[in-house]
Design a protein around this ligand. Structure first.
Ligand SMILES: Nc1ncnc2c1ncn2[C@@H]1O[C@H](COP(=O)(O)OP(=O)(O)OP(=O)(O)O)[C@@H](O)[C@H]1O
Length: 295
């Protein structure tokens, strides 16, 4: 009997060890999937509709553009369908220009296609017809999905903030960034995170996704964006779980850091933080409205 118990204890220990490896593997797998999505997008460019990535070009012809604004996205007569069902048309003939500092809010009923549009802008989904021009390199945009993702596998707070960029466990750490990270966490009332995580560089034992509240997760993903400072942030209901005060802080910080944003959401309070509203009617149609932004 003693032998069986020892054998069982040994087997359970091995199972625990394996679970850590599986956690690591999940994080890596997620990155591989993102790579495939990107490659799939590049393949799609060669057929179907005309998608142009032109990071160098800053030529702007939109009437709404001022001297300081640069065009980030230009869509002309864009139509697209569900990737899984070409007969399920989501948008028909969408024409819109997104310039720096002219932040766009995508609204519409549930299932009207808000998330789908953000996926098209991010380059995850192809278009069927029309022209979609991206005038910035893909590494200058950040996409925050509806449900924040935190890779598991004993990662440190610094690694989570750097995600999806990879910081190797034994890689060189830039400690000159510590103060900046601490400031960003403080600006979103997450300063206690450093103590909770045992510092910026201590591998964390607990599961981020299960331990942090939805609001904490959303604020931490915004810290990622502010840390990375992309030209544009694509935010899919990225503030749905935070208070209205915190939501205002988030949009103020994005603006202060010169990050243009395209958001999708339901809350009427979002209108005040954006310059343009694109309303999807859920039947492939849309309306565009200039908003009186007071931020
Ligand atoms: N990956 C997918 N595969 C198949 N169908 C999808 C996929 N993603 C979205 N859809 C379908 O496309 C339609 C539009 O979905 P989408 O998520 O874009 O709407 P939404 O306006 O963002 O909705 P919500 O406000 O509820 O998040 C829905 O009918 C949805 O079921």
């Amino acid at each position: 009997n003693a032998f069986i118990y020892i054998y069982l204890v040994n087997s359970f220990s091995r199972l625990t060890d394996v679970s850590v490896f599986v956690g690591d593997l999940a994080g890596t797998l997620h990155r591989v999937v993102e790579l495939f999505e990107l490659l799939g997008f590049d393949r799609g460019q060669q057929n179907s509709a005309f998608i142009q990535e032109n990071p160098e070009s800053v030529a702007v012809t939109s009437l709404m553009t001022t001297a300081r604004e640069e065009c980030i996205y230009r869509l002309q007569g864009v139509s697209y369908s569900l990737p899984t069902d070409p007969n399920y048309r989501l948008i028909e003939g969408l024409t819109i220009t997104i310039n720096t500092g002219r932040n766009l809010l995508v609204t519409g009923q549930s299932s009207s296609g808000k998330t789908s549009l953000l996926r098209v802008l991010a380059g995850f989904w192809d278009i069927d017809s029309g022209m979609l021009e991206r005038k910035l390199a893909s590494n200058r945009s950040v996409y925050l999905p509806q449900k924040p993702y935190f890779p598991c596998g004993k990662l440190t707070l610094r690694q989570q903030i750097h995600y999806p960029r990879r910081l190797l466990p034994n890689g060189i750490i830039d400690h000159t960034e510590n103060a900046r990270i601490a400031d960003l966490l403080k600006s979103l009332k997450l300063d206690d995170m450093i103590a909770r995580c045992g510092g910026l560089d201590t591998p964390v034992e607990w599961d981020w996704q299960e331990t942090l509240t939805p609001g904490e997760q959303q604020r931490l993903t915004i810290v990622r964006v502010l840390y990375r400072k992309p030209a544009i942030a694509i935010l899919d209901e990225a503030t749905s779980s935070v208070s209205s005060d915190c939501e205002a802080d988030i949009y103020r910080l994005l603006r202060a850091n010169g990050i243009t944003f395209v958001s999708a959401g339901h809350r009427p309070s979002l209108l005040q933080f954006h310059e343009i509203e694109l309303h999807l009617d859920g039947k492939t149609g849309y309306t565009i409205k200039e908003l009186a932004s007071n931020t």
